[in-house]
Write a protein that binds this ligand. Structure first.
Ligand SMILES: [Zn+2]
Length: 157
């Protein structure tokens, strides 16, 4: 899968499927996206390759107080992915709306729905969490194995 910013200065290519796709309904994501939720496909950093210009990394305040780093096109400033302090630079949360075909990454889970907009409803069977969730109960086995490998690598650094 490929995607990029609006002016096509930043283009990326993704290897394989995301670990998980989050629809985050927190008020911070609502403000940053200008809409009702963020849609982030979580990938190991090495699976997100830049195939044109490198994005610029912008330090941005976050709900946790620890800040997040948002990768934006240096020209059109569209955000393509971000790092959160919990997982650091090893994990990139790719903004699904920047994919050439966002329909490839529907949400696996809805999080922080305690602050969702009142008119947002969920399809039957959707995984919906008022705040966050336990990875061991939600992620498919293959993604949990990739996560384990990633954590090992992070420890070695
Ligand atoms: Zn651009």
């Amino acid at each position: 899968m490929e995607g990029g910013c609006t002016c096509r200065n930043v283009r990326y290519r993704l290897t394989g499927r995301p670990l998980i796709v989050h629809a985050c309904h927190c008020t911070w994501c609502q403000r940053e996206t200008g809409t009702v939720h963020a849609l982030n496909a979580m990938y190991e950093a090495e699976r997100v390759a830049h195939i044109a210009a490198e994005p610029e990394i912008v330090d941005t305040p976050s709900a946790s107080g620890k800040g997040q780093k948002i990768a934006r096109c240096a020209r059109c400033k569209v955000a393509v992915w971000s790092n959160y302090p919990g997982s650091g630079p090893a994990v990139r949360f790719v903004r699904v709306g920047t994919l050439d075909d966002p329909s490839q990454c529907p949400p696996d889970v809805h999080i922080f729905t305690s602050s969702k907009q009142p008119w947002v409803t969920f399809p039957p069977g959707a995984k919906v969490f008022a705040e966050y969730y336990d990875r061991r109960e939600v992620w498919p086995q293959e993604a949990q194995e990739r996560w384990r490998v990633l954590r090992e690598k992070m420890k070695q650094k």
